[in-house]
Write a protein that binds this ligand. Sequence first.
Ligand SMILES: NC(=O)C1=CN([C@@H]2O[C@H](COP(=O)(O)OP(=O)(O)OC[C@H]3O[C@@H](n4cnc5c(N)ncnc54)[C@H](OP(=O)(O)O)[C@@H]3O)[C@@H](O)[C@H]2O)C=CC1
Ligand SMILES: O=C(CO)COP(=O)(O)O
Length: 352
Amino acid sequence: MKVERKPKDVAVLGAGSWGTALAMVLADNGHHTRLWGHNPVQIEEINRSQTNQKYLPNISLPKLVIGYSDLSEAINEVETIILAVPTKAIREVLKKIVQFRKEPLTIVHVSKGIEPDTLLRISEMIEEEMPLGLLKDIVVLSGPSHAEEVSLRHPTTVTVSAKNMEAAEQIQDLFINQNFRVYTNPDLVGVEIGGALKNIIALAAGISDGLGYGDNAKAALITRGLAEIARLGAKMGARPLTFSGLTGIGDLIVTCTSVHSRNWRAGNMLGKGHNLEEVLDKMGMVVEGVRTTKAAYQLAEKYDVKMPITTALYGILFSGIEPKDAVDGLMKRRKTHEMEDLADILSLNSAN
Ligand SMILES: NC(=O)C1=CN([C@@H]2O[C@H](COP(=O)(O)OP(=O)(O)OC[C@H]3O[C@@H](n4cnc5c(N)ncnc54)[C@H](OP(=O)(O)O)[C@@H]3O)[C@@H](O)[C@H]2O)C=CC1
Ligand SMILES: O=C(CO)COP(=O)(O)O
C-alpha cells in the first residue's frame, strides 16, 4: 500500500480496547501517537511496560505510542483527535477539550452509540458541545473491527464518513495500511446508525445463543435485525444501500458471531439467566447496546417505525420480561410479508 504520509502528532482519547488498538494502527503508520486515559495508574503502566494489560493483555504497543494522563498536554498542537470513549463519556471529554483547546481541530469519533432522551447521533453531540471556532471537521470511523484482532494486525476493513468528504479522505490516509483497509462513504447518518444499532441485535443474538437456540435463530435475528435498522435509518435520512455495507451487515455479522463482542457476551449471560446488573458488573467493559436499546426504542416511537426485536430486547432489559417469553412473543407476531417495508425503504431515500 503506497500512501504518501508525513508523520504527525495525533491524540487518541480513551485508553480502552479500541483507543489502544487504533493508537497501534496510527503508530504503525509512523505517527507520534498520544494515548490519553483518565486513570494515571493505567497510563503509568502503559509507559512503563509498553502494554495495556487491562484492555489488550500481552500485546506490545509500538514505541510511537506514548501514554498521557494530562488531557491539555495530550491535545496540545495536534490537528486531529480520535475520540474513543464510550458514548456516555463523550460530553464530559468534549467539555474538557473546550476548556483546554484554543485552535480548531478535526475530531474523529469511533464510538458506537446514540444518546438516550436527546436521541442524538455522536456527530450531533459533538456539534452541540464544540464552539464553531474550535471545530474543523467531524469524521466517523466505523465497521467490523474488534480491537483484539486489530491489535494482532489481522486484516480488517472499516469505513470513514463526514459531511466534508475531503476530511474523510484525510482520515482514510491517516489510518489505511496493509492490515487496516479504510473505505469512504458520504452517508454520515447511515454509517453512524448502522454502527450504533448493530449492538442491539448482537445483544439479542447473544441471548438467543444463551437460551440454546441455534444458527437458524441467529440468522433470523441478523437479517430481520438489519431490516428494522434499515427501516429506522431510512426514516432518519440514511441511504438504504449503506446498510448492505461494512457499517451495516458487516458489523452485524462480526458482532453477532464473534466471541470478542462484549454485546454478544452480555446477551449470552442474560440468556443463561443472569440479571442485567450482574452481567454489566462481570463485563467490566462498555456494553453500548444497553443504552442504545433505550435510545432506539424512543426513536422507533418518534419516527413511528416497527422495531420488534428492539422492542423485545427493551422488554428484557428494562421491564423484566423473561428472554424465552420475549422470543415466543416475536415468533407469534401477526403473519406478514418479508419485504412489506422494502418499497418504503427504497423510495424514501433514493433521492439522497
Ligand atoms: N472494542 C472494540 O473492539 C470496539 C469498540 N468500539 C467502540 O469504541 C467505544 C469505546 O469502546 P472500548 O474502547 O471498546 O471500551 P472499553 O470498555 O474497552 O474502554 C473504555 C475506555 O474509556 C474510558 N472511560 C470511561 N469513561 C471515561 C470518562 N468519563 N473519561 C475518560 N475516559 C473514560 C475507560 O476508562 P476506565 O478503564 O477507567 O474505565 C476505558 O479506558 C465504544 O463506543 C465501542 O462501541 C468500536 C469498534 C470496536
Ligand atoms: O463494534 C465492535 C466491532 O465492530 C465491537 O463490538 P462490541 O462492543 O460488542 O465488542
